[in-house]
Design a binder for this molecule. Structure first.
Ligand SMILES: *[C@@H]1O[C@H](CO)[C@@H](O)[C@H](O)[C@H]1NC(C)=O
Ligand SMILES: *[C@@H]1O[C@H](CO)[C@@H](O)[C@H](O)[C@H]1NC(C)=O
Ligand SMILES: *[C@@H]1O[C@H](CO)[C@@H](O)[C@H](O)[C@H]1NC(C)=O
Ligand SMILES: *[C@@H]1O[C@H](CO)[C@@H](O)[C@H](O)[C@H]1NC(C)=O
Ligand SMILES: *[C@@H]1O[C@H](CO)[C@@H](O)[C@H](O)[C@H]1NC(C)=O
Ligand SMILES: *[C@@H]1O[C@H](CO)[C@@H](O)[C@H](O)[C@H]1NC(C)=O
Ligand SMILES: *[C@@H]1O[C@H](CO)[C@@H](O)[C@H](O)[C@H]1NC(C)=O
Ligand SMILES: *[C@@H]1O[C@H](CO)[C@@H](O)[C@H](O)[C@H]1NC(C)=O
Ligand SMILES: *[C@@H]1O[C@H](CO)[C@@H](O)[C@H](O)[C@H]1NC(C)=O
Length: 554
């Protein structure tokens, strides 16, 4: 669609096309009260439009020299961290401790991405800056989309339906910190990026240009960068490119490959559609386990808040989760939320752990069908690192896309792929980053000390996993590789052959061999399609334990 628009704009001799804008329409699901939609109904645009000639038709740009490319990842003396959430308000808590505690950093996959501390993944003396004595030869970026509205059947919209029923009934009054509920309406849409979410990806693109721009000098053709077909995925990819290349010209500066995200289609960036066990009871484990914890931690909260309600609204643990999520979603969509300061610091930590359980057992190391979902992208990574095309297709890889030089070039200095939260967590599971599971399976009745699996650090909005290919000492030949998640360097010691290294480096040939061994040990067909029940042993690496397999296939 966008490519077509661009062509029409660039070729004014073509007949004018009338474009009816995609209009999502007003929200039409449980709890929604808003009827607003943009653009206004029945408005169309003609492209090109003689009343509004394109800048290329006017062609009076003035001087346009470009400067040299920045390479801050190698040249900056200190890392500039991602820590800006303008224009979102930083929420207060119910206990007003006002300390360093940041509610924005407690929302798991609903937190806006920020640079984690250097020691987050176990390498306290590391930095994303290129290590002394090394040179950068290539970079692989896998990023999540930016902040979005809730997905279609979310806890906040269910809460809204219930609250609206109650407030419409007789004798409802909420008081104290809950008094806002008397007037509250649900203003959120669904699925698509919020304005703040767009800025996150734009800023990621700007940041990536400043950190890695110099690698553009290695391109002899336009980059091919990938995303999937969902609205928020397209929007995120285009925002990234606008930040990276500039908004006027980006569509002529690179190719945007859009993989189809829908049932029946292979895509390593949205592999759940093709993996049966990602869509049944096996994947429900995340919800089952996190709900056990929710039933425990929300008890005192329900008691406290229920006292503030007169009328027909009996709070459940699902409602508390709905309120905590509403805080996150309203903040990233509307800039602030009255729900946030209902909760104490402890309750926010408990909510974060709820997300950790949901991802660990649903989309991480604790689920037997998760490494399988991540393995396709890992195969593509190996294909890019070895310059060898994938030739057997037994995972979520789309053979049409990866078999072509045009749609899947192997020799780019900068690779950019856009994906989802659950897939970043599946890919770190597939890659055997064992720092996340050193303390074993997550308990559902308390928050364990020293837990490593914290979704806020793994898959927040705008999350990014960066593979740096380096030469140490600096030369044209790559010698090492390392991976950086949300600006925290990951240890590679879970990968066969990779030695402990304070900068997270592994010799590139060793890494390729170890990662190939990992790919070989993941059985996509079995883990995704076999009809198994959950084994009675803890799963720590996202696979059905090979020793327990029976010959039962679906
Ligand atoms: C938009 O068009 C539809 C169908 O022609 C019509 O029913 C509706 O009233 C129009 N709405 C507005 C605001 O003009
Ligand atoms: C709201 O009330 C309607 C009508 O009584 C009922 O059908 C619906 O289930 C209620 N919804 C919730 C979430 O309680
Ligand atoms: C693979 O990708 C191509 C290009 O997007 C698409 O036409 C085709 O339907 C896809 N095939 C599968 C099985 O997903
Ligand atoms: C109380 O709310 C429930 C759920 O929304 C509804 O089914 C029930 O009819 C309500 N009762 C009264 C007395 O309004
Ligand atoms: C899609 O994936 C399936 C299962 O791995 C595979 O058999 C099939 O060849 C793939 N098709 C394409 C077009 O990639
Ligand atoms: C396509 O890739 C193959 C290797 O897979 C290479 O030999 C060939 O030169 C490439 N062609 C183009 C046009 O890049
Ligand atoms: C993956 O990690 C586990 C430890 O959790 C290790 O036993 C296994 O050998 C690793 N696999 C590969 C291929 O490195
Ligand atoms: C799967 O879910 C169904 C329906 O909720 C339930 O009856 C069945 O026992 C579950 N099976 C397993 C293996 O958990
Ligand atoms: C899976 O196996 C169970 C018990 O062995 C059986 O009842 C069920 O129908 C099977 N499900 C599928 C989808 O084959």
């Amino acid at each position: 669609m966008l490519d077509k628009l661009y062509l029409l704009a660039a070729l004014p001799l073509l007949a004018a096309a009338t474009v009816v804008p995609r209009n999502g329409g007003a929200s039409a699901f449980a709890g929604a009260t808003t009827t607003f939609a943009w653009p206004p109904p029945n408005v169309t645009a003609t492209i090109p439009d003689a009343n509004f000639p394109d800048a290329t038709a006017i062609d009076a740009f003035g001087p346009t020299p470009t400067g040299d490319e920045p390479a801050a990842i190698a040249t900056a003396p200190v890392l500039a961290p991602v820590n800006d959430v303008f224009p979102l308000s930083r929420p207060d808590t119910a206990d007003h401790k006002g300390s360093k505690f940041d509610v924005l950093h407690q929302w798991g996959n609903l937190s806006p991405m920020f640079s984690v501390d250097a020691d987050t993944f176990g390498l306290p003396h590391s930095s994303p800056l290129v290590p002394e004595g090394c040179g950068l030869t290539q970079v692989h970026l896998l990023h999540r989309h930016g902040a979005r509205y809730p997905t279609s059947s979310s806890a906040p919209s269910a809460l809204a339906a219930k609250v609206h029923n109650a407030t419409a009934g007789k004798g409802f009054t909420a008081s104290g910190p809950l008094a806002f509920l008397n007037e509250w309406t649900y203003k959120l849409g669904a699925e698509i990026l919020t304005p703040f979410g767009r800025s996150q990806l734009y800023n990621l693109g700007v940041g990536f240009r400043v950190r890695y721009g110099e690698l553009l000098k290695g391109f002899t053709d336009l980059p091919v960068w990938r995303t999937t077909s969902e609205e928020r995925m397209i929007d995120s990819a285009l925002q990234f490119a606008a930040g990276f290349f500039g908004v006027q010209w980006y569509q002529g500066d690179y190719h945007q490959l859009v993989e189809i995200e829908a049932s029946g289609y292979n895509s390593t960036l949205a592999p759940y559609d093709q993996c049966a066990n990602a869509n049944n009871n096996i994947s429900s484990l995340g919800g089952v386990q996190s709900n056990k914890w929710a039933a425990i931690y929300t008890k005192p909260t329900i008691k406290r808040l229920q006292k503030l309600i007169k009328g027909n609204l009996t709070l459940t643990s699902a409602d508390i989760i709905g309120m905590q999520q509403a805080c996150a979603y309203e903040t990233v969509a509307l800039g602030s939320s009255s729900f946030c300061s209902l909760f104490t610091e402890e309750e926010w930590e408990q909510y974060e752990y709820y997300n950790d359980l949901s991802f660990w057992y649903g989309n991480g190391p604790g689920n037997p069908a998760v490494a399988a979902q991540g393995v396709g992208w890992v195969q593509e990574l190996l294909s890019r690192l070895t310059q060898k095309r994938i030739t057997t297709f037994e995972t979520s890889v789309n053979s049409t896309i990866v078999s072509s030089n045009i749609t899947f070039p192997l020799n780019q200095p900068i690779f950019v792929d856009a994906t989802h939260d659950t897939i970043i967590s599946a890919i770190v599971t597939a890659m055997n980053f064992t720092n996340f599971d050193v303390n074993g399976a997550l308990p559902t009745d308390h928050i364990p000390k020293n837990r490593q699996w914290i979704v806020t650090h793994i898959s927040p909005f705008g999350a990014n996993l960066v593979g740096q290919v380096l030469s140490c000492p600096a030369s044209d030949t790559p010698t090492h590789i390392r991976f950086i998640l949300n600006d925290g360097v990951l240890p590679l010691t879970g990968i066969k052959g990779c030695k402990a290294d304070k900068n997270g480096l592994c010799a590139i040939d060793t890494f390729i061999k170890g990662m190939q061994a990992r790919v070989d040990e993941i059985d996509y067909q079995y883990d995704c399609f076999a009809n198994y029940t959950l084994p009675n042993v803890p799963i720590l690496d996202g696979r059905y334990p090979p020793a327990l397999r029976r010959n039962v296939t679906a």
